[in-house]
Ligand binder design. Structure first.
Ligand code: XMP
Length: 327
């Protein structure tokens, strides 16, 4: 891969705050992409997050089917995420999308692993392996699309913050295509909206690369992971209805059971924790008030519909001292 060129946002670059400015940016970028890529082909890892989705939509506008998007389902995505990537990019935008179901591969490798750092490393490594395998199946691809945004350059020299992932193997010598590398997150969202991407993709809350893997605390088991995914969807739906939504809100499942009672018999079930925080930069975080009625609705829905869960907790810890994620 071509060495990373450390660049600075041009001083006179206008902040993209309106649909008009976004459209102007889109026109300019489509022209620049056509010029950079010529008749070449581009490969892009498409997670469904706002950055890679905006890059995909820009590239589709510029080069259509000469872009190949690879979406790797590692089994740690939130409910409905892979389905949405397929619907938006394959069905609606007619993208050339390779969907890789790598769920068993990831979950088998994670079996019995409880260290958060080991989990992150395994997820990162298998992701690269799977992506490299797909890249090898393609011919004549010279370019690699990346959803690098300006904070990635400022904070970690062009690597998405927090990625415990090495780069692609040396055999790949891609030239990078990074059309949103000078944009801040809010600008990427304005551009995404102007490109017609759905709101729940454009305004998606930050989601860690290792996904639900770091929210299924300790060694991941399939039953706990499924319970987490279902409970998380309920938490996001109910808190998402509030007039002002927190910066990040999700669900965590700890690796212990506690006593419940069903049909007059005691039994052991999982507990899930609601986590909702506000922050500016994720370095410190506060806990916003959540109406008690919303908490009760979440509790009732989870207890009634999520198999194996008999207890719902609300994590009111601030950062510091608690981190946002539990792992
Ligand atoms: P913590 O838990 O350190 O999280 O307070 C701060 C922010 O970073 C996100 N986070 C991650 N993002 N890969 C990511 O891409 C990771 O391994 C990871 N761990 C934490 C977290 O969701 C929060 O927004």
């Amino acid at each position: 891969m071509a060495g990373y060129v450390y660049e600075v946002r041009p001083e006179n670059m206008e902040r993209i705050t309106t649909p008009e400015l976004a459209n102007k940016f889109i026109d300019e970028q489509v022209k620049a992409l056509k010029k950079q890529i010529g008749n070449g082909k581009v490969l892009l890892a498409l997670s469904g997050g706002v950055d890679s989705s905006v890059v995909a939509a820009l590239l589709i506008k510029a080069i259509g089917k000469r872009l190949t998007c690879v979406h790797v389902n590692h089994g740690l995505l939130r409910k409905g995420e892979s389905e949405q990537v397929i619907k938006v990019f394959r069905d609606e935008l007619k993208a050339n999308l390779v969907y890789v179901d790598a769920v068993d591969r990831f979950l088998d490798a994670l079996k019995g692993v409880s260290s958060p750092e080991r989990k992150r490393k395994i997820i990162g490594k298998i992701f690269i392996d799977v992506f490299a395998e797909e890249a090898r199946k393609l011919t004549d691809v010279k370019f690699l699309g990346q959803g690098t945004i300006y904070p990635d350059i400022l904070e970690s020299k062009g690597v998405k913050a927090h990625h415990n992932v090495g780069g692609l193997p040396k055999e790949f010598d891609f030239e990078l295509v990074e059309p949103v590398k000078f944009l801040y997150k809010d600008e990427v969202r304005v551009v995404g909206k102007a490109l017609g991407l759905p709101d729940n993709m454009v305004y998606r809350q930050p989601f860690p690369g290792p996904g639900l893997g770091v929210r299924c605390v300790g060694a991941i088991t399939r039953d706990r992971l499924e319970a987490l995914r279902e409970a998380d969807a309920i938490v996001r739906e109910e808190i998402g209805k509030l007039p002002k939504t927190p910066w990040q809100y999700f669900c965590v499942i700890p690796p212990f059971k506690s006593t419940g009672i069903k049909d007059a018999k005691r039994y052991m079930g999982w507990a899930v924790a609601i986590r909702a925080i506000n922050t500016v930069d994720a370095v410190t975080a506060t806990v916003p008030e959540i109406p008690f009625k919303t908490l009760c609705t979440i509790r009732d829905r989870i207890i009634a519909t999520v198999p194996g869960v008999n207890r719902v907790l609300w994590d009111i810890s601030e950062k510091p001292v608690a981190t946002i994620e539990w792992e």
